[in-house]
Design a protein around this ligand. Structure first.
Ligand SMILES: *[C@@H]1O[C@H](CO)[C@@H](O)[C@H](O)[C@H]1NC(C)=O
Length: 627
């Protein structure tokens, strides 16, 4: 202790103006309300009676000074430490370090970290701490319960898996008497008091009503019993989406509205029922620049997510939503950030008023990379403010259809809560999440190949290569683009239908294997046949593309079958080689012919039209009316 006092004296002399508040070894972090503070610990806090829960990150139910010794920031002679509160965790792992055995604990509402007392420049630490009152905890407890539990299925967020793990750990290395653990696991949700009430009741009571501490034991009983009796939700399986929430943290929004925004987020999380088998959600806050608050796999249940949301602080700055959408496209939906691939990607952008940058182009890129964008505009520009809006009608430009499904406009922040249910319903309507369709992944493409005698074996191979080269450009699977092929002479035959092959490799192989038929040229009959045998089996939501390749004038009439194709919404490209008739190609092709009819003078030049055809297909796709 001689060393201890020397240390104190020297530190005091260096920073004479600031008095660091002194606390006892028994003071738990949760008793202190300040989010960040410096304290002086006395000597002797290594004593096991000052319980510590966790490693590196400690549950706020731990002794501050005990945690400081465990983490190696202090030794048993005491001294100053810096304490910072952080989000609650879904589990804390005990470990032995620096003479202190810390304990495991299932989820707790708040955590803290300790570090050496190197005060940051410009930060003033409180010289007196604010302690939470343990008076009248009942009212507070009622409120908390209401906010964190579903009335219909209370506590669906508890975690049996985590519990088992924690119990197993506890049994192995933290609990001296494993048998004393068993009754806790099987006890009822409202257990009888089994030990003396702790002097620290306020801490637990503000979390759950009727909590009882095992003063001589290791963990608050309510935590354990809740975990055991109420299994954690796996999430709503009818809403399996990977969701990114972009929240507006701009300065203009103000503290109060930012708080409303967080409440909205929290309500959405509650309504969604987050879980590994259902929706997962991360949050990006944007101001001048965007930053991920947490990604898809940071919190895997509604409860943890809500606690984390409550702790988000406002960034300030402008309202650069466009930049944020770009950030989400590039970074958020990566596999490393928890994107499952098997679930649609959805981004919901909340905007106060209007964005301070453009969103149309970045949103288009986002949609084309598979992200379904929803816009919620709150307190949008009124008539007199419209002059300030950088991109008029921004929400409609950002979303994939202007039918109102993907954009919501809310008159006032104070009415935002009414949007919770409509929004949840829409983002969970996975059948309608079709914004992610691109020209590469959304068509049924039927090739109609002229196999007449005039083509010849060698050129027929070139035609097949042309068909393969076009096919290669698309994303092929049973849910993306599908390919089918018909060969014709006087007669027609189905080489393969849309549902035959489900991968690009299989399709390319099948194209290679098409055998040259040889015969006459009945192009009209071939178009009719393709409509009946190929496109009739196309899916209703698919774009239908027909690519017809011929080297001569048809023996039969093409006009009526071509009109039938156009009427049925089959976009028809006509590619003529050598003796093909220009006028006929133009009749076959969808209007305008200059975009859909192509002619090359010899088979060896076919390859030249591949890029143009692909480009036209995509241009046409992107210029489709979006409502
Ligand atoms: C197909 O692509 C290959 C490889 O790029 C190229 O060598 C060939 O000329 C192309 N053929 C046609 C007909 O497009």
């Amino acid at each position: 202790t001689g060393i201890h006092s020397n240390k104190e004296v020297s530190k005091k002399m260096k920073r004479p103006k600031f008095t660091v508040p002194q606390i006892g070894c028994d003071v738990k972090a949760g008793k202190i309300i300040n989010p960040e503070f410096m304290v002086r610990c006395p000597a002797g806090c290594q004593d096991p009676k000052y319980h510590v829960y966790g490693t590196d990150v400690y549950a706020s139910y731990s002794s501050v000074c005990g945690a400081a010794v465990h983490s190696g920031v202090l030794d048993n002679s005491g001294g100053k430490v810096l304490v910072r509160k952080v989000a609650g965790q879904s589990g804390y792992k005990g470990s032995y370090a620096n003479g202190v055995q810390s304990l495991s604990l299932p989820r707790w509402r708040e955590s803290f970290v300790v570090s050496e007392s190197k005060p940051q420049k410009g930060v003033t630490y409180p010289s007196a701490l604010t302690y939470s009152s343990s008076k009248s905890p009942a009212a507070k407890a009622g409120e908390t319960t209401k906010a964190y539990e579903r009335p219909s299925a209370p506590g669906t967020t508890a975690q049996p898996a985590a519990l088992t793990q924690v119990l197993a750990e506890a049994t192995h290395d933290t609990l001296p008497k494993p048998s004393s653990c068993a009754p806790l696991v099987t006890s009822s949700p409202r257990p009888q008091p089994v030990g003396p009430r702790s002097p620290e009741m306020g801490e637990v009571d503000s979390w759950k009503p009727g909590s009882v501490l095992l003063d001589a034991g290791f963990v608050p009983k309510e935590e354990f019993s809740t975990q055991s009796s109420e299994p954690v939700s796996q999430g709503d399986p009818n809403c399996k989406i990977d969701l990114s929430f972009l929240i507006d943290g701009s300065s203009s929004i103000g503290k109060r509205r930012f708080q409303i925004q967080k409440q909205f987020l929290s309500d959405v999380v509650q309504a969604l029922d987050i879980g590994p088998a259902g929706p997962l959600m991360g949050v990006v806050q944007y101001g001048d620049n965007p930053a991920a608050q947490f990604n898809l796999k940071t919190y895997m249940n509604s409860q943890d997510l809500k606690i984390a949301i409550e702790k988000i602080s406002q960034r300030g700055g402008l309202s650069n939503a466009g930049r944020a959408i770009s950030f989400v496209t590039k970074n958020f939906f990566s596999k490393a950030n928890g994107n499952r691939g098997s679930a649609p990607n959805v981004a919901v952008v909340l905007v106060d008023g209007w964005p301070t940058d453009k969103v149309e182009e970045t949103s288009r890129v986002a949609r084309e990379s598979g992200i379904n964008i929803f816009f919620i505009t709150i307190e949008g520009a009124v008539e007199s403010e419209k002059q300030y809006v950088i991109e008029p009608n921004f929400a409609n430009k950002a979303v994939c259809r202007t039918n109102g499904f993907y954009s919501l406009s809310v008159q006032s922040w104070f009415g935002l809560h009414k949007t919770v249910q409509p929004l949840v319903k829409r983002v969970c309507d996975t059948d309608r999440l079709a914004c992610s369709k691109t020209c590469w992944n959304s068509a049924d493409i039927g090739f109609v190949i002229d196999g007449s005698s005039s083509v010849g074996t060698g050129n027929f191979r070139t035609v097949l290569q042309f068909v393969a080269n076009l096919s290669k450009e698309f994303e092929i699977s049973d849910t993306d683009t599908r390919i089918g092929a018909v060969q014709y002479t006087y007669e027609q035959r189905l080489e393969f239908g849309f549902d035959r092959y489900h991968s690009k490799a299989d399709v390319l192989n099948a194209i290679k294997r098409v055998g040259y038929w040889s015969g006459g040229t009945s192009t009209g009959a071939a178009i009719h046949y393709a409509l009946e045998q190929l496109f009739k089996k196309s899916k209703p939501n698919k774009r239908k593309l027909m690519i017809l390749i011929t080297d001569g004038r048809s023996y039969d009439d093409v006009r009526i079958p071509a009109m039938a194709a156009h009427r049925k919404g089959v976009i028809t490209y006509a590619v003529g080689v050598a003796w093909a008739a220009q006028d006929e190609l133009e009749v076959i092709a969808t209007h305008p012919a200059r975009d859909h009819a192509f002619f090359v003078d010899e088979f060896d030049h076919l390859y030249r039209s591949v890029p143009t055809i692909i480009q036209n297909i995509c241009t046409e796709f992107n210029s489709q009316p979006r409502n």
